[in-house]
Design a protein around this ligand. Sequence first.
Ligand code: HEM
Length: 404
Amino acid sequence: MTGTETAPDELFTYEFFQDPQSFQAALRAEAPARPVVTPNGFRVWLVTRYEEAKAVLADPTVQKNSAGMNAVSAKNRTVEGEGRPFADELNQHMLAMDPPDHTRLRRLVTKAFTARRIEQMRPRIEEITAELLAKLTAGDQVDLLDVFAFPLPITVISELLGVDDEDREAFRRNSNTIISSAGPEEVGAAGRWMVGYFMKLVADKRANPGDDLLSALIETSEDSDRFSEQELVSMAFLLLIAGHETTVNLIGNGVLALLTNPEQLARLKADPSLMPGAVEEFLRFRSPVNMSTFRFTTEPVVVGDVTIPAESLVLVGLGSANRDEDRFEHADQLDITRPVGGHLAFGHGIHYCLGAPLARLEGEIAFRGLLAAFPDLKLAVEPSELQWRISVLVHGLEKLPVIL
Ligand code: HEM
């Protein structure tokens, strides 16, 4: 396990994905940022320490717009060919924009995605949780991701957007492919499937509006400003991917953290009022989004004693920053009572997670429901047998076998 002496194209090995925390600790010890090569062949600067991560996320010269991103990506490609073709129709969303475009879209979506709409979801999230748990039997061995951690957030985000039940499995497959390190053909095909689906969905909602978020987004307007068709398709795509690929890992990683720290589990069971803080600690301890989405520099950026050149791709190590000992004491220990404010699991700056309140609400309801229904929950395998997904962005398990 080495840091800068690892060649840039040797960091993202199978071993890295199985234990990113240890690799990232070595990287932090050596430099606040270093070049790496992603599994699909892009040269990227990876920022690893907390203060520097936060500064880069707030730096307006470090940008995300898709035109700039395409140009800088082309310059930083290490392999021949097209790179990773991605449906342009899905790129008109705010996570691929800078101000003022980002500001405009974020303002519009915030008008529809209100705190009230989320709080109104509480009884429904409790109901979905109870329904999922009612199908399970104490003493059985199950993959908790499959029976609980995945279906809960996907049902919530699908209902929120107005996506039908029968389409959810196809969504899971295609969205998994998009964020995996699969080849360009596979990722391209999954992207095209998404575009087709969302174009039809937006057309359906336009014709028959419901009380779902997508219908609200179609209706939203401000000073005669509205979402364009492509912006709607991209926004729906962004919300669905974000709702799919993140909260599942908050639940999975959080359960694993508790089952491998029995004294913390006992404290939480004894005092459920610790739950909101525990959820924050799970987010910090095993951040579901290990690295931010890609950014690029428009000027040289000074990161501690390192300068990232202009026109470089950048990844911010959110999971790494959240284990930085300079910011969090005993960062490698799970402590559900620590004052955990300031973790970067939801990002920082203008792209701070729009869905954070929803994710927190889902997390709290899920953990509370699960621990109440199955107080003897335990791992069915040794922790060392668990496999982590091969994904640069997301840190989540392939399966979580437990005995209920
Ligand atoms: C535990 C669950 C979640 C985690 C850890 C998470 C994490 C993040 C992170 C780290 C970012 C910033 C990425 C970057 O700057 O590169 C982000 C942005 C975003 N997230 Fe989440 N997220 C979660 C759940 C959700 C949910 C449930 C939704 C939607 C319902 C959502 C919607 C979004 C959106 C729309 C953005 C882009 C915001 C912008 O560009 O202004 N997220 N999320």
